[in-house]
Design a protein around this ligand. Structure first.
Ligand SMILES: [Zn+2]
Length: 483
């Protein structure tokens, strides 16, 4: 009796509300990666996942909507590669098609192999005409036109790893533009080796049937209005889309479900400032969702400033009201290392370093962009922390085996607990935000270099429409802008 009464007076009940549940997160992850599965941007799987996340957000009592953006999406109907050494027998070779490369004619193509395995320069020769070019590394963007001018028939990349799991090759429409219409596949190292070693004339047959469609992709937004500073927006984000035909458990079902569990907890807490959860799509095909989001913030910034009623002394644009971002990408492996990259004030890195130290955990933390959705936000001036957890289990990322079976609720808890503690300590309820809204020119330059090197697209230089054909013709399930 006494004990019961004592329990009632403990503050532990409200403290428990702050507990991140690894089990909840793991349950969401099962639904996303096993029940729904593959969620490539612009496909049915993507839309099912968007609906699933929206339902959860609504059940937490959050204001929820879709932010849509145009995207090319792809599907492969057939992919076959066979090779033979000299006049030997044809042997089937596993392959991954580079999506979205051109299809071959229905009957496929057959050609002699041209090996360029020391370096791409070997392939810059008229000898590649009519041949299927096999190479162990890519060709720099600026040299591709030169290479293509010699009219090779197809391109075969050798996967550099001994792994049996071939990585899904989703190069996105931006690369398609510079590779022209060349049918392209990747084959495993151990299948390529005998061909290269034979020093005999080899032939290959390739059959590819691809489809591409121009459709809507969907970012899912769930918002908790701040009680005291509703105009200050904190973005917690991650991508929920996957590579083509991947369950995407660690990349990035893991980050998605950590964000969802944070949403469940914070929605109950009535935070002082507005917390906006943005689960991006189109990341795997080239950061499309986050680039569209950042680009629209820039556009609305221009429009708001152009208004007569805008007073720069008292008013802030929607972009300026975005104070800080936390992007979570690749999560759920227990035997793994935590990595944080940040753009913005030094205190962002310091706060995370000290928090990991306090929790007796290692952290690799440095300044710079991550190949993920926080980078477009940083490029338009929003300070961002980007958090990933990499280990053996995450090595299956971008393969058909990126499965929940390698992940654990404990690992989701470890990362979720870090995020929640950090948010609680510095972001959610502090009277002022301890991190200046200041992304240095040096940080912006690093983002710029990233876009130049990897994707070739930068939210600051987007044109209004990404593609010339006009709006996608599919039914628009929801229309809502960012405000
Ligand atoms: Zn990812």
């Amino acid at each position: 009796m006494k004990e019961k009464a004592f329990r009632k007076t403990l503050p532990a009940a409200s403290e428990t509300d702050w507990n991140f549940s690894g089990q909840n997160a793991f349950d969401y992850l099962y639904d996303l990666s096993e029940t729904i599965g593959s969620r490539l941007g612009g496909t049915k799987g993507e839309y099912l996942a968007a609906e699933y996340i929206m339902d959860k957000f609504r059940s937490f009592g959050m204001r929820t909507f879709l932010h849509k953006f145009p995207i090319w999406t792809y599907d492969n109907k057939e992919a076959r590669t066979e090779a033979r050494i000299g006049k030997g027998n044809w042997k089937n070779i596993p392959c991954e098609v580079h999506m979205p490369c051109s299809s071959t004619p229905k009957s496929g193509i057959t050609g002699k192999l041209f090996f360029a395995v020391q370096g791409y320069q070997e392939a810059i020769t008229p000898d590649v005409k009519g041949k299927i070019v096999v190479m162990s590394q890519g060709i720099p963007k600026e040299e591709r036109e030169h290479f293509l001018s010699y009219k090779p028939k197809a391109l075969v990349f050798i996967d550099g790893r001994y792994e049996t799991h071939l990585h899904r090759q989703l190069t996105g429409h931006d690369y398609f533009a510079s590779w022209g219409s060349l049918p392209t596949v990747t084959i495993p190292y151990l299948d390529a080796l005998p061909l290269v070693e034979a020093k005999l004339e080899c032939e290959m047959r390739i059959k590819i049937a691809n489809e591409e469609k121009y459709v809507w992709g969907h970012n899912v937004i769930g918002e908790i209005k701040g009680t005291d500073f509703p105009e200050e927006i904190i973005v917690i984000c991650g991508h929920y889309d996957t590579h083509w035909q991947c369950p995407g458990a660690t990349d990035n079902g893991g980050g998605t479900v950590i964000a969802m569990e944070l949403a469940r907890i914070l929605a109950k807490k009535r935070p002082k400032r507005t917390i906006r959860f943005v689960l991006f799509s189109g990341e795997e095909s080239g950061l499309h969702g986050s680039i569209a989001y950042a680009h629209e913030l820039l556009e609305s910034d221009k429009k708001e400033r152009a208004k007569k009623s805008f007073d720069p002394a008292s008013g802030r644009t929607l972009l300026e009201r975005h104070r800080l971002g936390l992007n979570i990408d690749v999560m759920g492996s227990l035997l793994a290392n935590d990595v944080i990259l940040y753009s913005g004030p030094e205190d962002l890195g310091a706060s995370m370093r000290l928090l990991f130290f306090e929790k007796k955990r290692n952290l690799r933390c440095s300044r710079g962009p991550m190949s993920s959705d926080g980078t477009p936000l940083a490029a338009v001036g929003i300070p961002v922390v980007q958090y990933g957890r990499y280990g053996a289990g995450t090595g299956f990322g971008h393969t058909g085996d990126d499965s929940i079976k390698y992940l654990s609720s404990e690992a989701l808890f470890l990362s979720g607990d870090i995020c929640l503690t950090w948010l609680r300590r510095y972001v959610v309820d502090t009277p002022t935000l301890p991190f200046k809204r200041d992304v240095s020119q040096e940080d912006i330059k690093k983002c710029e270099d990233y876009f130049q090197g990897r994707r070739g697209r930068d939210p600051r230089f987007e044109t209004k429409r990404l593609f010339p054909k006009g709006d996608p013709k599919i039914k628009d399930p929801a229309k809502k802008n960012l405000e």
